[in-house]
Write a new protein. Structure first.
Length: 438
């Protein structure tokens, strides 16, 4: 209902459609005729020729493009001397200022990537595990941690513009910072903390750079495997747990059976919560929690049952996943460039296949600035505002940065007609007033 003012213009309608399609969990329309699989009608279930091979996918977890999920790294060089940040780089000195202050919000993950030999996820996650003393607490063999992280990072696709290992490293950094909120001090156990960091690190592994809806609409192998339900999120989990089955990569080898069961349940609950179509129900639960907030005598949150604890962790990983607009403006702009290019590449595929182009995915009809304002007003700000209420006053600086960035994108919306199809006339002068009512 609040999005209705957007629909009065063509560009606004696209933004409204994008927000509704992405962040609202609704039943799929049963229009079977539109579910064509471009150029692959005659293939078997596993993407190969129809025939004997069909069906094997149901018992085989594969990476995108049938990439092997075997352990991919030789650790002979690492085992002799483990690097300080878990990565071999000639720029360790340049890396230090970023990873020695790993608890700070808004660390430049692009610099970490540059100085870590393009291994940001390994460097960040290894450093967080060391800083939090998780290797000692859970008797994690350092070689196993490095083998897992390097192999995990290899299974984030470097050619995907946004959902690559730099994004995973950024979400892991954000998760680590949010766990340090004074309102949450001593609230979570070491096992829950390790689970949260691990979930952030794996949450988008083997992402193909396409949306769940695209995979469903094209009857992709993954949509078939997961019955159209949280397709990518289920795949990320399956790939991550498959990697852990390699003894060299098993960082949980010394956990008790009970600890392993608890960890697996929580990881699944957290990564499934990164499905953006679950946003509204997550936010509703968070608002209810804020309204009934219980605080211990020390002032920290009182979370005395699994449901409450996992809800906070699910919303934490969701906040971390939607934290780009809260970061320093230059980093935020880089993230916007990356996600838009990923959307555009999907739109190019849709155009080529004769499918309807998904909202925000048409590179010839982009409304980038206005879409970011709408994204913040209707999705990101309500989420972060509620999180800030939960941990008040710990997230006030994050909320302030978000509002400043929103105002900057608002100022960049073209205000007059232009010959460029990439620019947009601002049709609704009342947009700011409407946003203030949220």
């Amino acid at each position: 209902k609040e999005l209705s003012h957007f629909s009065e213009s063509k560009s606004g309608n696209q933004i409204s459609e994008y927000i509704c399609n992405t962040f609202l969990d609704k039943d799929q329309e049963c229009d079977i005729e539109t579910r064509v699989r471009p150029e692959q009608e005659d293939e078997g279930v596993d993407g190969g020729p129809g025939g004997d091979e069909g069906g094997r996918v149901m018992c085989t977890i594969k990476g995108v493009g049938n990439k092997s999920l075997a352990h991919t790294n030789s650790l002979s060089t690492i085992l002799t001397k483990v690097p300080k940040y878990g990565v071999h780089t000639e720029q360790e000195e340049e890396l230090s200022p970023y990873l020695d202050n790993i608890d700070v919000w808004g660390i430049d993950v692009f610099k970490i990537s540059e100085f870590s030999n393009l291994r940001p996820l390994t460097a960040v996650t290894y450093t967080v595990f060391q800083e939090r003393d998780l290797l000692t607490i859970f008797k994690i063999p350092p070689s196993n941690l490095l083998a897992l992280l390097l192999t995990l990072e290899d299974h984030y696709l470097a050619e995907v513009p946004y959902h690559n290992s730099t994004h995973a490293a950024d979400v892991t950094l954000s998760m680590n910072a949010l766990l340090n909120s004074p309102a949450l001090e001593s609230v979570f156990t070491p096992l829950e903390i390790m689970t949260a960091i691990f979930s952030a690190a794996i949450h988008d592994v083997d992402h193909p750079g396409l949306t769940n809806q695209y995979l469903i609409n094209t009857s992709s192998e993954l949509a078939l495997m997961y019955n159209d339900e949280s397709v990518l999120e289920n795949h990320h989990l399956a790939v991550a747990f498959k990697l852990l089955q390699n003894p060299d990569c098993d960082i949980f080898v010394n956990l008790t059976r009970k600890q392993k069961q608890t960890l697996r349940k929580m990881v699944i609950d957290m990564v499934l919560a990164t499905d953006m179509s679950k946003h509204m129900s997550l936010l509703a639960d968070l608002k209810t929690m804020v309204e009934t907030k219980k605080v211990a005598g020390s002032g920290v949150l009182l979370l005395d049952n699994y449901t409450d604890r996992i809800q906070v962790l699910q919303n934490m990983v969701h906040c971390a996943d939607l934290s780009n607009p809260t970061k320093p403006l230059e980093a935020y702009k880089l993230w916007v460039d990356r996600i838009m290019e990923e959307f555009f590449q999907q739109g190019d595929k849709e155009r080529e296949a004769g499918l309807d182009i998904s909202p925000m995915c048409d590179r010839y009809n982009a409304t980038i600035e206005k879409s970011q304002v709408g994204f913040i007003d209707y999705i990101v700000h309500p989420l972060w505002e509620t999180w800030a209420d939960l941990v008040h006053p710990d997230a006030q600086d994050i909320l302030d940065a978000l509002e400043d960035n929103r105002d900057w994108y608002q100022s960049q919306i073209p205000v007059s007609p232009s010959s460029s199809s990439h620019e947009l006339k601002e049709e609704d002068e009342g947009q700011s007033a409407c946003a203030d009512d949220q």
